[in-house]
Design a protein around this ligand. Structure first.
Ligand code: FAD
Length: 467
């Protein structure tokens, strides 16, 4: 293996090939569920260097795990324990190559942190509309490789819909320049869409041309209390009818999810009394703040009158709006503080969510008395983070070891029965491979394997993830 390490040093420069010392920042995933051992951590600065790394690894029979900000939640971006995989970190490739304001597009390298991309767009008065709680550390390459969703999918779509073109280093070590800023290009198979969401299993995304939008004139945020999931869905329908495309966020938070935030982040203000469900709504307005407020006021009064909500608060300032978002974004962190839990990032038709929640809650509580259900997510997109925490007083690690498989069976069978998906936005990674094999149609799986075989016949790219 030292011949491989020497060749990698020749490809990217010796200081950018790490083999000794504490490499846990690259080898352990964000949730600390996966701990691997890399043969080397390699940090290229250009697409040409990435290509040289892939050719070198292929020649030595080594596999490559691409990594961006290492915030992925399914164990797809850390090496396995074999000590034979090369960890390819894209974080040195973090330049904004250009902003084309007239074409509402910008081109950035894959290692750009999402927040830096948003800020670069904002500096031109434009909006890059991908937003998620990990935006301070996740990278655009990782966002595209996982087809990330986040809090504005309702209005702007997920990462796939915000991407116009890609630069990719193929598994064979060739650079494909597909950095098109075109909105229309019907010239055959869509290679861009093949690499988006492929979780590093087909090639390495090295740059992307992204779709921008005009910045809204004003943003308005509100929090509303609902008694049931049915009421949350009714509020969504009303908000869509009244706000149309202005509705840019619709997040639900179950009572237990918010109680964890209260427990672990007591300094965060809660503007409303506890209720079974809280809904965070965001409206982006092209006219003015006054216009946004008037629309929100009308919506919330109508919802109160109909009994859909029992209370509501509209943020009076940017600071208050941030605090409301902070409540929502603190849920994953509060959960992590509480201990390991069994995560389910699921998608369902919005109309079937109330029935899914009622049935699955009841089944889980019957099977595991006292189990605590952390339910929150992007209801506007039909995406729930339906997580299961050990009963109070039971060690989280023991509960996971003994019951994870049975809990997953209950949840995923219910998702399947309600016409849903076992992965809405986090991907498959190492975590959900078995479930994918179980719930994806055999025809679809066969086609996916054919694509993998065609684009990466030597299985250089991220083996044993996704497929
Ligand atoms: P990594 O974790 O480094 O990698 C993720 C996967 O992509 C791996 O399989 C890796 O091999 C591959 N990959 C990374 N870079 C490249 C590349 N350049 N080329 C090819 N493959 C690559 N996700 C959502 O969708 N919505 C949310 O709301 C959301 N909220 C989150 C909140 C928190 C607090 C956290 C920690 C995570 C959240 N996530 C969410 C998970 C989300 O998948 C990641 O945050 C993000 O999209 C991954 O980016 P990353 O750069 O960290 O990728």
């Amino acid at each position: 293996m030292s011949a491989l390490v020497d060749a990698l040093r020749a490809a990217v420069g010796a200081p950018h090939v790490l083999t000794d010392g504490d490499l846990s920042a690259w080898e352990v995933d964000w949730r600390r569920r996966y701990r691997g051992k890399a043969l080397a951590v390699v940090r290229p600065a250009r697409a040409g260097e990435v290509a040289a790394v892939l050719r070198t690894c292929a020649a030595h029979g080594a596999s490559v795990v691409p990594q961006g900000g290492n915030t992925g939640l399914v164990g797809g971006g850390v090496p396995d324990a074999s000590g034979r995989q090369v960890l390819l970190s894209l974080t040195r490739m973090n330049r904004v190559r250009g902003v084309d304001a007239a074409n509402l597009a910008m081109t950035v390298e894959a290692g750009c942190v999402l927040q830096a991309v948003q800020e670069a767009a904002a500096a031109h008065g434009l909006l890059f509309a991908l937003s998620l709680a990990a935006e301070g550390s996740c990278t655009i390459g990782g966002n595209l490789a996982t087809n990330a969703g986040g809090t504005q999918v309702l209005r702007y779509g997920n990462a796939r819909e915000l991407c116009l073109g890609l630069e990719v280093v193929t598994a064979a070590g060739e650079v494909w320049d597909g950095l098109s800023g075109l909105r229309k290009d019907n010239t055959g198979y869509d290679l861009r869409d093949l690499y988006i969401g492929s979780e590093g299993t087909l090639g390495v995304i090295t740059a992307a041309t992204l779709k921008l939008h005009p910045q809204p004139a004003a943003r308005c945020t509100a929090l509303a209390s609902c008694a049931t999931p049915e009421a949350c869905v009714a509020l969504l329908q009303l908000a869509r009818a009244r706000l149309g495309a202005g509705l840019t966020g619709f997040e639900v938070m179950g009572r237990f999810a918010l109680s964890l935030v209260e427990k672990h982040f007591p300094a965060l203000p809660r503007p409303l009394a506890a209720s079974p469900w809280a809904v965070l709504l965001e409206q982006s307005d092209t006219e003015s703040e006054a216009h946004a407020r008037a629309l929100f006021q009308g919506l919330l009064e109508a919802a109160l009158e109909a009994g859909t909500i029992s209370d509501a608060a509209v943020a009076e300032s940017v600071q208050q709006s941030r605090q409301l978002w902070h409540l929502r974004e603190s849920i994953p962190l509060a959960q992590a503080e509480e201990g390991l839990n069994i995560k389910h990032d699921i998608a369902l038709p919005v109309s079937r969510i109330p029935e899914f929640v009622a049935r699955t809650d009841a089944q889980l509580l019957a099977a595991f008395p006292g189990v605590r259900l952390v339910n929150f997510g992007h209801l506007g997109d039909g995406n729930l983070h339906y997580n299961v925490q050990a009963p109070q007083g039971v060690a989280a690690a023991d509960f996971l070891r003994e019951h994870e498989a049975a809990v997953n069976t209950i949840v995923y069978e219910a998702v399947h029965a309600h016409g849903g998906s076992i992965s809405a936005e986090h991907g498959i990674g190492a975590l959900k491979r078995q479930e994918l094999a179980r719930f994806k149609s055999p025809v679809a799986l066969g086609l996916m394997r054919s694509i993998k075989q065609a684009l990466d016949p030597q299985a250089v790219m991220n083996p044993a993830r996704l497929l």
